[in-house]
Design a binder for this molecule. Structure first.
Ligand SMILES: CC(=O)[C@@H](O)[C@H](O)COP(=O)(O)O
Ligand SMILES: NCC(=O)COP(=O)(O)O
Length: 255
């Protein structure tokens, strides 16, 4: 069975639009677990736009499912610009202190809107390998965010990482626009085969949704885990909005 790890970034994004704890990140983690989620994913960014360092500590204290923290290991500590918000301690410092079950290293720049590429290990392999070794020595499973490029995936294996996470945006886009979907999916299938040849566990994520997920998970061999946040949160709004309207009308004394 492929594990579903729910990414809570977008819950934190709404919470951060007010100085309140509503919606509660641990509260929504618990709802996901109660509904059957296999894990929880967060991606604390240095600008703390959504998940903040404190959220990671709060989740670590209550989770009884796999906790996956994603981020760029080369980000440094940053002072918070907002009063009452914990400073960002730097990604490696944060995960070494929390020690989640899985750490997914992602090569994001600080100002990126969202993740948009995997590691270039021809360039960064020598810098990434010692970090992988350090995280593993502290008992964390490691995963590297990768494009479906066989040469890069073979280099990922050389870093000693346990797993890779295939960056799936290109598949999601091909599926949505019905452009070259067979060809693009073929690249992911080949990437998965190479990962298996190299003894790497396989995760996948980014822009996966209810529509594109079945074909991906049926055809890409060996998938262990998908992490999904944006579309799943939007679906939760779609599937819950009508009920909310009825509840508010009831609160206004209407039937
Ligand atoms: C690594 C990855 O694909 C996800 O973490 C994705 O980047 C979500 O991050 P945002 O919610 O900040 O877009
Ligand atoms: N690793 C991918 C992830 O956690 C969620 O990505 P998305 O579903 O928000 O695009």
């Amino acid at each position: 069975m492929i594990a579903l790890s729910v990414n809570l970034n977008k819950i934190a994004l709404i919470r951060n639009s007010r100085d309140t704890t509503n919606p509660s990140v641990p509260g929504h983690a618990q709802m996901c677990i109660d509904a059957g989620a296999d894990g929880i994913t967060v991606h604390p960014r240095p600008d703390q736009r959504h998940i903040r360092a404190q959220d990671c500590y709060d989740l670590a204290a209550m989770l009884d499912v796999e906790f996956n923290i994603e981020g760029n290991p080369f980000t440094r500590a940053r002072k918070s610009e907002r009063e009452g918000v914990t400073d960002y301690p730097g990604f490696m410092e944060l995960v070494k202190d929390i020690r989640p079950a899985q750490v997914t290293l992602v090569p994001d720049g600080d100002g990126q809107l969202t993740s948009d590429h995997g590691f270039d290990l021809k360039r960064d392999g020598d810098r990434v390998a010692p970090l992988v070794a350090e995280l593993k020595s502290l008992g964390m499973r490691t995963s590297l965010f990768m494009d479906p490029d066989p040469e890069q995936i073979r280099l990922a294996a050389q870093t000693g990482t346990d797993r890779i996470e295939l960056y799936t945006e290109r598949y999601a886009h091909a599926f949505k626009t019905n452009t070259d979907v067979d060809k693009v999916l073929g690249e992911f299938i080949r990437a998965a085969e190479v990962a298996a040849e190299e003894g790497l566990g396989l995760n996948a994520g980014h822009d996966l949704d209810l529509h594109n997920l079945p074909r991906f998970t049926t055809e890409v061999p060996g998938l262990l885990e998908v992490s999904i946040g944006h579309a799943l949160t939007v679906d939760a709004i779609h599937q819950g909005l009508a009920n909310s309207i009825r509840a508010y009308q009831h609160a206004l004394g209407k039937q």
